[in-house]
Design a protein around this ligand. Structure first.
Ligand SMILES: *Cc1c(COP(=O)(O)O)cnc(C)c1O
Length: 278
């Protein structure tokens, strides 16, 4: 009997502990404007710390860019982050991006905002996407056909500058994740550079498996993206520094930066948890 009570108390203890830890963590992530400011400062400090711990091969890479992922969050949160110095924002639904980017308050208060599209892109939505005002980068090109479609739509706009894009790589091999196979990354990159004059090939992006335990060593999905990056640079004769690596989210951005990420996409740590998982 005593043993059972003892066991019970132990698990109760750890339950209480978890609740307290959850509370502390959650409070820090509340979405009031004060917390957005604090959370941005927190993330920026962590990013600098992680940059200082970079592995030797990538020390020369540029300082990573912070993309604040505002999906599901109101326009007021975007303005608040902008007001605190944030310029790059990410959205993963075309409709939501189209609405936010055209919002009169955003247009008025965030003139230099840089939108990143980080969601799955269907070819019939390409025109809608490229008409987004202040679109900075499309991180999720995942087929030659899609690259061609984005290229020809962009060329029709007859802009002076190219559209910045990244190729999304499915490093974790999960069916439900978009992205080209790692073995195809080099070929699609070559295609974009040679046949898509409207596009600027900026780098490789991956999501990777969720909840990887970093204590087991470097995330194999990140290592795979780095391997693709090296291979592409070699076969296409590009400077390694000229191709970016977009990897790392709330749960693993410090780890990703240490390995060489130049673009981290962070949502919940800045804006608080999302009501719906997407
Ligand atoms: C939602 C999302 C993120 C941000 O996720 P958090 O865990 O909230 O930081 C990053 N990248 C992509 C592609 C996303 O869809």
């Amino acid at each position: 009997m005593g043993f059972y009570i003892y066991r019970h108390c132990q698990s109760l203890n750890s339950w209480v502990f978890k609740q307290v830890a959850f509370k502390i963590e959650n409070n820090r992530k509340m979405t009031t404007s004060q917390h957005i400011k604090e959370n941005l400062e927190f993330v920026r400090a962590k990013m600098i710390g992680a940059s200082l711990k970079r592995v030797e091969e990538v020390i020369a890479y540029k300082t990573p860019r912070l993309v604040a992922v505002s999906k599901t969050k109101p326009v007021g949160d975007v303005i608040e982050a902008y007001h605190n110095g944030q310029r790059h924002f990410g959205e993963n639904y075309i409709q939501e991006l189209a609405e936010k980017s055209a919002d009169p308050k955003i247009l008025e208060k965030c003139p230099d905002i840089c939108w990143h599209f980080i969601g799955h892109l269907q070819r019939n939505k390409v025109n809608k996407l490229i008409s987004v005002k202040n679109l900075y980068m499309v991180e999720t090109i995942d087929s030659v056909k899609l690259a061609d479609a984005v290229n020809s739509s962009w060329m029709k706009l007859e802009k002076m500058e190219k559209l910045k894009i990244m190729v999304q790589v499915n490093t974790s091999g999960e069916e439900n994740k978009s992205g080209v196979e790692p073995s195809e990354a080099s070929q699609i990159t070559k295609h974009i550079i040679e046949n898509c004059p409207g596009l600027e090939m900026c780098g490789l992006m991956t999501i990777g498996a969720y909840d990887y335990d970093v204590s087991l060593g470097p995330n194999p999905d990140f290592l795979k993206l780095i391997e693709c990056h090296g291979q592409i640079s070699l076969t296409l004769g590009l400077q390694r520094e000229s191709l970016e690596l977009s990897m790392g989210m709330s749960s693993d951005y410090e780890h990703a930066i240490e390995l060489g990420s130049t673009n981290v996409r962070i949502g919940s740590t800045i804006f608080g948890r999302r009501a719906t998982k997407h």
